[in-house]
Design a protein around this ligand. Structure first.
Ligand code: C2E
Ligand code: MG
Ligand code: MG
Length: 715
């Protein structure tokens, strides 16, 4: 290319050309340089690039370029800032390549330069903008992710709240109690279904936000609350909330009782719980009634009676009197045993009614248990109380109609007066009880007033009872034997075992005195068993044609094992069953007759014989003779002793003996004391006799002697 062409190109080019010597100092700039920068080439000739560059001391920037130069490598598009004397900077982009002469020696660099200040500026601004944009973008991303996080947290919280809300809902609506919550403005915050149900409120009306006044008004409208109560109630709650204490109240709602509790909340408002306590209240009332009254008759019970006596005693201290009557129905047990418990209950109810009819309304009638009643009479003199007692006796003596049965009972009454017979409830009742005991002793159907002497007697009775316990173990009992004699031959056929108690202090005690006590206390069980075993054992040593008669108490039939006891006594002693004769009285048959009948048949099945004792003293003896095939009838000594005095006794006696003969039942006359009696009963056809005339009861050791005497007599 010619120099001229080059010159033209340099002239029209937007770039400039430059040249450096082998020392890297500028030695040429083309025309465009001066045009562009207003600087003559001379101003630059002889300077190195670093000398004209603005950031010459930036080694990191320049080092790669310097390395290129020293290695004589071409370089392209090196961009650097060029500083003018007035301080302004322009950005240049240069490219260059090394130059060698023909001999190959390095002579410097030649290159081209371009002013890229505008482009650089644009680029810088662009990158700045870009950077700002990126920055903004990053910020946006951060904000965005933060927002997302917050959003998620909110969702979680919302879920949690919703879940808690659901749990709360479930909990609220499954509560047995009604619940509602009001804010301090008396507006409903929340309530459960039970509340609406209990208060008979409509869910359409009672919603969060509704005011208490509106609810109350609704209550008034549906008749839950009386109209004036509403304003009252609001005032009441306002006061409650001010005091901040839990408050209770009960409201009656169409026959139900609702218990309400108000719990004020610390921030104002309150929570109220509602409970239907109707059933509980009814139960409480029933328990209270039961605790204070006898369920069967509705009369006051023992506890209430005690309380009433104490109340009356306070009046006694102000000069009044009070009377306590204690009653025991006579023969009640017989009715209960023969007609059954429901008849017994009906009888007690009617008796209770009659008792109440005999006294004033201010007097108190109580049932103390079983057939025991008590009456408290206020402010009467002894004779006036006596009149009331007589009225009661007459009233209870008149026949009862019990489930279609004509029943006659009666009552015995013990009476104690305060202050004379005691000044506290306990001693009054105790003394009336002693008087009652006395009345029963004297033959029932009467009233007895307490007298101090009774006290001593009864205490003795109590002591006897205590002594009786353990008397079997201490060996204080003995069996006496009384001969049973054939009426026609005078021969001893056997002996009746009669129980004797040798009390360490009181000496010999009659069975008539302790058998009832043993029956009452249950001691008859072990005692009766001892009698059977002992009698069997002793009889086993007698001549084989002699029998032994053993008395059984009615109470022993209550024990199911009587058959077992007898069988075991026979088995262990080896006594032949037909040598044992068991004597029972009518009262045994009066009890649960099915069970007694079964027990008698069981005993019969063992081969033992059964005698009816004391015949003629009971109630409807003849029917009992039909109910069980007795082997023997023992005619009570009352008939024997009256034989000579009362002519009709002979007729009765004869009838019984004839009846026995007709039924194939042997007869024994009890209590034969005189030869005359012996002659009459023998003439009347009685097969066996027993009595002092033939031999009094004596210890077992005397049996051989009695046998001897009997034989002598018979001979
Ligand atoms: P019971 O079975 O009728 O016995 C006859 C009672 O009459 C006996 O009285 C006897 O001593 C008495 N006695 C006998 N001959 C005459 C007489 O000629 N004149 C008079 N006045 N009395 C006579 P005891 O021994 O006092 O027995 C009374 C009742 O006690 C007995 O009457 C019997 O029911 C009962 N008893 C006696 N021992 C036992 C027993 O081991 N167990 C049971 N459960 N009761 C017994
Ligand atoms: Mg007897
Ligand atoms: Mg008898």
């Amino acid at each position: 290319m010619s120099a001229r062409l080059l010159e033209d190109f340099a002239q029209i080019s937007c770039d400039w050309f430059w040249e450096m010597d082998d020392q890297f100092k500028f030695c040429y700039f083309s025309y465009r340089w001066s045009e562009l920068f207003g600087r003559s080439p001379e101003q630059e000739i002889g300077k190195s690039r670093l000398q004209v560059a603005m950031n010459a001391d930036d080694k990191a920037f320049w080092q790669p370029h310097i390395d290129d130069l020293h290695a004589r490598r071409p370089f392209r598009d090196l961009v650097y800032p060029y500083a003018f004397d007035d301080g302004h900077v322009r950005w240049l982009k240069i490219s260059g390549q090394p130059v060698f002469n023909e001999a190959g020696a390095f002579t410097g660099y030649r290159g081209v330069g371009t002013d890229i200040t505008e482009e650089h500026e644009a680029k810088r601004r662009l990158s700045e903008t870009l950077e700002q944009l990126q920055h903004a973008n990053r910020a946006f991303t951060l904000v965005n992710s933060e927002l997302q996080r917050q959003n998620q947290r909110l969702t979680e919280q919302e879920n949690e709240i919703r879940q808690q809300g659901q749990q709360l809902d479930v909990a609220l609506n499954n509560m047995a109690h009604g619940l509602c919550m009001f804010d301090e403005q008396f507006r409903l915050l929340v309530c459960n279904a039970r509340y609406l149900e209990l208060m008979r409120l409509s869910p359409d009306l009672v919603k969060p936000g509704v005011t208490l006044r509106e609810i109350l008004q609704h209550n008034v409208d549906v008749g839950n609350l009386p109209a004036p109560a509403e304003a009252h109630y609001e005032e009441y709650l306002r006061e409650l909330n001010q005091h901040g204490a839990v408050a209770f109240e009960r409201v009656l709602l169409d026959g139900r009782t609702i218990a309400i509790r108000h719990h004020p909340m610390p921030a104002g408002g309150w929570v109220a719980t509602y409970e239907d306590i109707t059933e509980r209240k009814e139960t409480e009332a029933k328990i209270l009634q039961l605790a204070r009254h006898d369920e069967l008759t509705g009369l006051a019970n023992r506890r209430v009676f005690g309380e009433k006596v104490n109340e009356a005693l306070a009046r006694v201290r102000r000069g009044q009197t009070l009377t306590v009557l204690l009653l025991d129905l006579d023969n009640f047990k017989i009715v209960n045993d023969t007609l059954g418990h429901s008849a017994g209950d009906a009888l007690l109810k009617t008796a209770a009614q009659r008792l109440q009819d005999c006294v004033r309304e201010t007097d108190v009638v109580a049932r103390l248990g079983g057939d025991e009643f008590a009456v408290l009479l206020g402010d009467l003199e002894r004779n006036e109380s006596g009149v009331v007692a007589d009225r009661i006796i007459r009233s209870l003596a008149s026949p009862f109609d019990v489930e279609g049965h004509h029943v006659v009972i009666g009552t015995s009454i013990g009476m104690a007066l305060a202050p004379h017979d005691g000044d506290d409830a306990e001693s009054l009742l105790k003394n009336a009880d002693m008087a009652l005991y006395q009345a029963k002793e004297e033959g029932r159907g009467i009233c007895r007033s307490f007298v101090p002497a009774m006290n001593i007697r009864l205490q003795e009775q109590r002591k006897l009872e205590l002594d009786l316990r353990g008397a079997v173990e201490r060996g204080e009992f003995e069996l006496y034997y009384q001969p049973l004699v054939a009426a026609h031959s005078g021969e001893i056929t056997g002996f009746e075992a009669l129980l004797r108690w040798f009390h360490p202090e009181r000496g010999m005690i009659s069975p008539a005195d302790f058998i009832p006590l043993a029956e009452d206390t249950g001691i008859i069980g072990p005692l009766g068993e001892w009698v059977i075993r002992t009698a069997c054992a002793q009889a086993a040593s007698w001549p084989a044609d002699l029998k032994v008669a053993v008395n059984l108490s009615p109470a022993q039939f209550r024990n199911k094992s009587i058959g077992l006891i007898v069988a075991s006594a026979l088995g262990s002693t080896g006594l032949a069953p037909r040598r044992l004769e068991l004597e029972i009285t009518e009262s045994a048959l009066l009890q649960d007759s099915d069970a007694t009948g079964a027990a008698l048949h069981e005993l019969r099945g063992l081969g033992v014989r059964i005698a009816m004792d004391d015949f003629g003293t009971g109630y409807s003896s003849l029917s009992y003779l039909r109910s069980f095939p007795f082997d023997r009838i023992k005619i009570d000594r009352a008939f024997v002793q009256d034989l000579g005095r009362k002519p009709d006794c002979i007729a009765i006696f004869e009838t019984i003996v004839g009846l026995g003969r007709g039924l194939g039942i042997a007869t024994t006359a009890e209590g034969v004391e005189t030869p005359e009696q012996l002659r009459v009963v023998a003439d009347l056809g009685c097969s066996e006799v027993q009595g002092f005339l033939l031999g009094a009861p004596g210890p077992a050791s005397r049996v051989p002697e009695l046998l001897q005497a009997g034989r002598i007599k018979a001979a």
